[in-house]
Design a protein around this ligand. Sequence first.
Ligand SMILES: C[S@@+](CC[C@H](N)C(=O)[O-])C[C@H]1O[C@@H](n2cnc3c(N)ncnc32)[C@H](O)[C@@H]1O
Length: 351
Amino acid sequence: MRQVERHRTQRVGWLRPALPDAHDGVSDAQINPGLPASAGSGWSGELSAGDRSEIIAGLVGFDATISPKFFYDHAGSTLFERITRLPEYYPTRTERAIMQRHRREISLRISAGKTVIELGAGNCEKGKALCALIRPKCFIAVDISQDFLHRAVAGLQQALPKLEVRPVVADLMEDIVLPGDLPGGKRLVYYPGSSIGNFDPEPALALLRRVCRLVGEGGSLLIGVDLIKDQAVLEAAYNDAEGVTAEFNLNALAHLNRLIGSDFDRRDWQHVAFFNRQRSRIEMHLQASVNTRVCWPDGERHFRRGERIHTENSYKYDVDDFARVLDSAGFKQHVFWTDPRRWFAVFYAQV
Ligand SMILES: C[S@@+](CC[C@H](N)C(=O)[O-])C[C@H]1O[C@@H](n2cnc3c(N)ncnc32)[C@H](O)[C@@H]1O
């Protein structure tokens, strides 16, 4: 464990655009705790006009993209659970080991009686372990994958019947609107799994600033961060031998077909994942294996063989760089714990 005091030192190239001086024009969205839980854009219901435009703009753009949030229909969330158990996928295991090894210190630092808000809660397994350790009054599970979230929350409520458990379906790219009737007391945002790495540096910083304001003075953040390591280890984690990550990536096409009525044929696409060292990120793409035309009700795009759709980034940090991001977001002090190989870090940051 190492104490990192608030400081500003030299900044690293790939992060520089996100870390100009304190007030850098990244807009802080308004948090409105007085409104009811967000209806969000959970994937079970209607697709919002904004999400539809986002998907189509991504498909017709010069460099085609699909936002990683569209991975997480029910099948995608289930595939992600399988990924976390793969031998090559070290993050989940390593983060869990850090949390277990330092549980005493973590529970001492995080005082009881809090409301815990988990972002991207998924199956709520990590939230459950944290709640069993620190015994908060209330647990809010925030996720975009509506059906999966509701089932996970029901399971958590059964396992911890005394805990007040509330689901909030929301897109983390937007304002997080919490229920207005939450108990008072300090708030802790829990953001495990290194999901912060799925955001480019500027949106990641903007999200952390919103988190700062969501927890308020005296509030805190517990966050998992994947660290830079050997390229072969990184690339194996996203190219598992069983092909589950490939399946997860390709599932986004089936999800898009349902969401916008497109006619992607997954047999025309291949999973590609590699480490982009310059940008310190794993990139996942879907690559056309043939010339193919994809149509949807009011549009189409032709993809040449070999052309790619960029589906996910997973940024890998150095601990000092991530400490600077926390500084820049407005956290006053932070500590972190890591594993003996320094593959992953869990930061605890206070406002
Ligand atoms: C990589 S998984 C991590 C799940 C779990 N926290 C863990 O660590 O194993 C990312 C989770 O965030 C959710 N998610 C992805 N993009 C999101 C977004 N834009 N807004 C809200 N939730 C999102 C997904 O549905 C998924 O449950």
